[in-house]
Design a protein around this ligand. Structure first.
Ligand SMILES: C[S@@+](CC[C@H](N)C(=O)[O-])C[C@H]1O[C@@H](n2cnc3c(N)ncnc32)[C@H](O)[C@@H]1O
Length: 269
């Protein structure tokens, strides 16, 4: 079981992730568990104060050391030895599929969510917290970031997904973006499903999907291809896709990457 312990002022923003969809089912089946630890309950004054003005002045408030530390200690006690200790922070290591896999492989994960201008920095040192960011934008609090991390980790747990292969085929799992997907009907408002997907030729479908995956990665996230080891088939397909993209750029007199067909309707021409 993967145990999460959350330190947050607004745990109600995180709990719903444990009750819905595949992740909810994983929690219900005991593959993961979440305990919540509210620093406000650790505050000792009449008003249950958890924040104070920043030293040095400036706008906003800062989460105080003492109630946060007490909540972290309580959360830590709910986790097995060897658990990872994450603090959600805009400046941290960017959360990605590799980090999701690392955290999912740990016995437990402490998630410390900030609010206001953040928390007293001494907590990071005192508890050996690893700053993790969801991306280059600022959230009002770390709770939604914690919910995202829980979701991404739990779906990687063995037995969490109905089809064991589906996590392995997701975007980023193999270092590439996922290919496009289609379902019935075959034609909708004149838009057709690629013919190869209808023919039942599994090798052709696999080949098409690999090519589409490479084309999508080249168009949207070319940096994922840099430094990635491709097999001979992938190298040949990527070369083909590159030539096609180049030809299409020439045709359209465009600068920069062109999205694969079907993904650039708004940008095209
Ligand atoms: C309003 S933000 C504080 C922003 C902080 N003053 C800064 O500029 O980096 C409050 C809390 O939201 C969380 N947070 C904000 N942006 C985040 C991001 N991109 N990733 C993860 N957590 C984030 C952090 O826990 C942070 O302490």
């Amino acid at each position: 079981m993967l145990k999460f312990a959350l330190v947050a002022l607004l745990p109600e923003l995180v709990r719903p992730v444990t009750g819905h969809g595949v992740v909810g089912r994983a929690f219900a089946r005991g593959l993961a568990a979440l305990s919540c630890h509210d620093p406000r309950e650790q505050a000792t004054d009449r008003h249950r104060t958890v924040d104070d003005r920043p030293y040095g002045g400036g706008p906003g408030m800062v989460l105080k050391y003492a109630p946060m530390a007490a909540a972290i200690r309580e959360a830590d006690a709910a986790l097995p030895a060897g658990s990872r200790r994450v603090v959600l922070a805009a400046h941290g290591r960017r959360f990605d599929q590799a980090l999701a896999a690392e955290l999912a492989a740990a016995p437990g994960v402490l998630l410390v969510a900030g609010r206001y201008e953040g928390m007293d920095e001494r907590l990071v040192d005192a508890f050996g917290l690893e700053p993790v960011s969801l991306g280059d934008y600022v959230l009002s609090g770390g709770e939604l970031a914690a919910a995202v991390i829980i979701d991404a980790c739990v779906r990687l747990l063995p037995g969490a997904l109905g089809d064991e292969d589906s996590a392995a085929q997701d975007s980023f799992a193999g270092g590439l973006l996922d290919c496009p997907h289609y379902t019935r009907p075959e034609v909708i408002e004149g838009r057709e499903v690629p013919q190869v997907l209808l023919g039942g030729d599994h090798a052709a479908v696999r080949h098409w999907r690999m090519r589409a995956s490479l084309a999508r990665t080249l168009a949207w996230r070319p940096e994922l291809l840099a430094g990635r080891t491709l097999d001979a088939e992938q190298r040949a397909l990527l070369e083909e896709v590159r030539r096609e993209a180049e030809a299409s750029r020439m045709d359209h007199g465009m600068q920069g990457p062109r999205r694969p067909a079907g993904e650039d309707d708004e940008q095209a021409d």
